[in-house]
Design a protein around this ligand. Structure first.
Ligand SMILES: Nc1ncnc2c1ncn2[C@@H]1O[C@H](COP(=O)(O)OP(=O)(O)OP(=O)(O)O)[C@@H](O)[C@H]1O
Length: 626
């Protein structure tokens, strides 16, 4: 996790500031060895004052040591302070608030039940609702305490909502839109909430307002009692977070990540960021080269900006024998959750996901298309997107090694949230962005944001070193030929077919899977869309087509994967140094096509600044310290 340090900005205790400054001075004077400093800084869950039941539960899940945000936030939350915590994606913010929240409720358990839940966790999407609900549920179960958590989403029938709330749960996980709906349906009573509410958490706060929840949040805040402790968790800062802070919190402690220096880095340092410059038409060719020549580590999450593009990519890759699954906002919720579960369980390696904020663009594209056949299809098939859908936002994808931006995201925040799907907690990862000339301006904006004011020229996103131009060109003929066969009509038809299948599956199988949860494994989501199997000459790329350097890169990636498989330990916890040193096995960090050692901060002599793959650049690839 790097040398993260949290510095409370407001409402700081003087002695703590001193402690921070003391370490800083010693570091400047070179008096503190890095290892020692780490020992001194790190606190255990016991030292944070966490209940032994919670510590045992965490240990059963392989979580032994708090992350920096947990170390800093937990004591403040236990003290009853309002907290604004900003920490990178994947830094463990969920447990940072859930652990103290549960501990506070432990002391109340056994007392008379309140008329409404006393803890609300508000998240921007249904997927996150499910994720936070699962997290809190396993904690409650393993702690064996008499607490009940429920999740509510706007799509639930009123009767289900009533049933869920009938057991007088202490914890409610929901989206801001759902609460006014509950008021309107008479499922929740505002007066009862004012009487009961003790803790309100706004998770992924930077996204709540961008999701259009402002009015919903206002109607919630109007009934939040003054005594209620409010927590605001976020991965980035924005005017939205400030707005929410003012709207809901009282004199909060503001915790902001500082890593190594005063510079704030929103992307975890254990994620290596790369880019490839190519024309929009050549993106299919480049992604084919990345996946087919196996120069990126699996599992891979590929982001595209429209659902149609997702299907185009799926159909294209399928012809080369590369199976992918698709996740988007028009799929039924059951299917989406199931796809996420299967991907996390490792049932398939490639997932193509749409961003949630591209619905408008998608609609515009549908409007602008005057093809007769498409019009016919459109009549039959009206995409209905779920407003509470959120793939990128806060979802804890497990063991994603590579994030590929096939299309560049529309904003810096979008980029940060996408990239944050890898390098979660103590694992490492990498990202590859395919940047066309039309996307260059946005890309430059992202780069300069990540580099920060003082460090404008530093290359945080470096050219991808493991793909030579020759290797890419060797696939051009096949790629262009296959790309032509993926027509607009075939895309529309596949999309409609996939949706129909998922709806049927979702409805038909819902009750079956409730009764037979094990059968879920049988339903694979990365199945083929086209009726014909990929032809052998496309499925297996002959060796003579791939140059020696790319072959070596591919071999290294495979070796690293094998090594990681062998070293895999049980559980996700612990930040032992051994575990961190696994990053050294990632060829994107250590690969050297010429066999010589790479110097630190070499900054790519022979490596084209424009991101175009160059074999010469391999030996001089800038080494990012992790
Ligand atoms: N102390 C810990 N040790 C090891 N793993 C942890 C620890 N705390 C949390 N994790 C794991 O780290 C992963 C990321 O955690 P979490 O989803 O809370 O991150 P986050 O900061 O909320 O990220 P995002 O901003 O992207 O939502 C999860 O799989 C979680 O189980």
């Amino acid at each position: 996790m790097g040398k993260a340090k949290f510095k409370p900005v407001d409402d700081v205790k003087p002695e703590e500031v001193e402690k921070v400054e003391e370490v800083e001075e010693q570091r400047d004077a070179g008096e503190v060895a890095e290892e020692e400093e780490e020992e001194e800084k790190d606190k255990s869950f016991e030292e944070l004052g966490l209940d032994p039941r919670l510590i045992r539960a965490l240990s059963k899940k392989g979580i032994e040591k708090p992350t920096p945000i947990q170390q800093t936030a937990i004591p403040y939350i236990l003290e009853g302070k309002d907290v604004v915590a900003r920490a990178k994606t994947g830094s463990g913010k969920t447990l940072a608030y859930l652990l103290p929240l549960l501990q506070k409720l432990f002391s109340d358990s056994g007392r008379k039940k309140k008329p409404a839940p006393c803890a609300f966790v508000l998240v921007p999407s249904r997927e996150l609702c499910q994720q936070v609900y699962s997290e809190v549920s396993w904690l409650i179960e393993l702690c064996r305490v008499q607490l009940k958590a429920v999740q509510l989403t706007s799509s639930m029938p009123v009767s289900d909502m009533r049933n869920a709330l009938a057991g007088l749960p202490e914890i409610l996980v929901t989206t801001p839109a759902c609460i006014p709906k509950c008021f309107a349906d008479g499922v929740l009573d505002p007066a009862a909430i004012s009487e009961s509410l003790e803790i309100l958490v706004l998770d992924e706060a930077d996204l709540l307002l961008s999701y259009g929840y402002e009015d919903n949040l206002r109607s919630v805040t109007s009934i939040v009692p003054r005594r209620c402790q409010c927590l605001l968790m976020s991965a980035t800062t924005s005017s939205d977070v400030e707005k929410l802070k003012k709207l809901i919190l009282h004199n909060p402690v503001v915790l902001t990540l500082q890593e190594g220096s005063d510079k704030e880095e929103p992307v975890p340092s254990n994620v290596q960021q790369f880019w490839i410059s190519c024309s929009a038409q050549d993106k299919l060719l480049h992604i084919l080269a990345l996946l087919k020549l196996e120069v990126v580590q699996k599992k891979v999450l590929i982001f595209i900006n429209t659902i149609d593009m997702g299907f185009k990519l799926k159909l294209f890759l399928e012809k080369f024998g590369i199976k992918t699954a698709i996740l988007n906002g028009e799929l039924p919720q059951n299917s989406r959750l199931h796809i996420l579960e299967q991907f996390n369980a490792g049932l398939f390696d490639y997932l193509i996901a749409t961003d949630d904020n591209n619905q408008t663009k998608e609609k515009e594209e549908v409007k602008g298309d005057d093809n007769k056949e498409s019009k016919k299809n459109k009549r039959r098939f009206k995409p209905k997107l779920d407003a509470e859908f959120g793939v990128v936002r806060g979802i804890d994808f497990k063991k994603v090694h590579t994030v590929i931006n096939y299309d560049m995201p529309q904003s810096v925040t979008g980029y940060i949230h996408r990239i944050g799907r890898t390098g979660r907690a103590y694992s490492s990862g990498s990202s590859v962005s395919l940047v066309s000339p039309g996307e260059m301006e946005g890309f430059e904006e992202i780069k300069s944001f990540l580099a920060g004011e003082e460090d404008k020229d530093s290359d945080i996103i470096t050219p991808f070193p493991l793909l030579t131009e020759n290797a890419v060109e060797s696939l051009r003929y096949r790629a262009e030929d296959v790309a032509k066969s993926v027509t607009k009509i075939s895309i529309r038809e596949s999309r409609a077919q996939d949706l129909r299948n998922e709806i049927i599956n979702s409805e038909k199988l819902k009750s079956h899977f409730e009764a037979n949860p094990r059968d879920l494994d049988l339903l694979k989501h990365d199945k083929l869309l086209s009726k014909t199997a990929p032809s052998p000459h496309l499925r297996d790329i002959p060796e003579y087509l791939v140059d020696a350097k790319t072959q070596e890169a591919s071999k290294m990636v495979k070796l690293a994967r094998a090594a990681m498989g062998n070293n895999r330990r049980s559980g996700g916890g612990g930040n032992s140094k051994k575990k961190r040193s696994r990053k050294g096995g990632d060829p994107l960090k250590t690969f050297n096509a010429n066999g010589s050692k790479r110097g630190r901060g070499g900054g790519g002599v022979g490596q084209k600044k424009d991101g175009k793959g160059s074999s010469d650049g391999l030996a001089n690839k800038k080494h990012k310290t992790v």
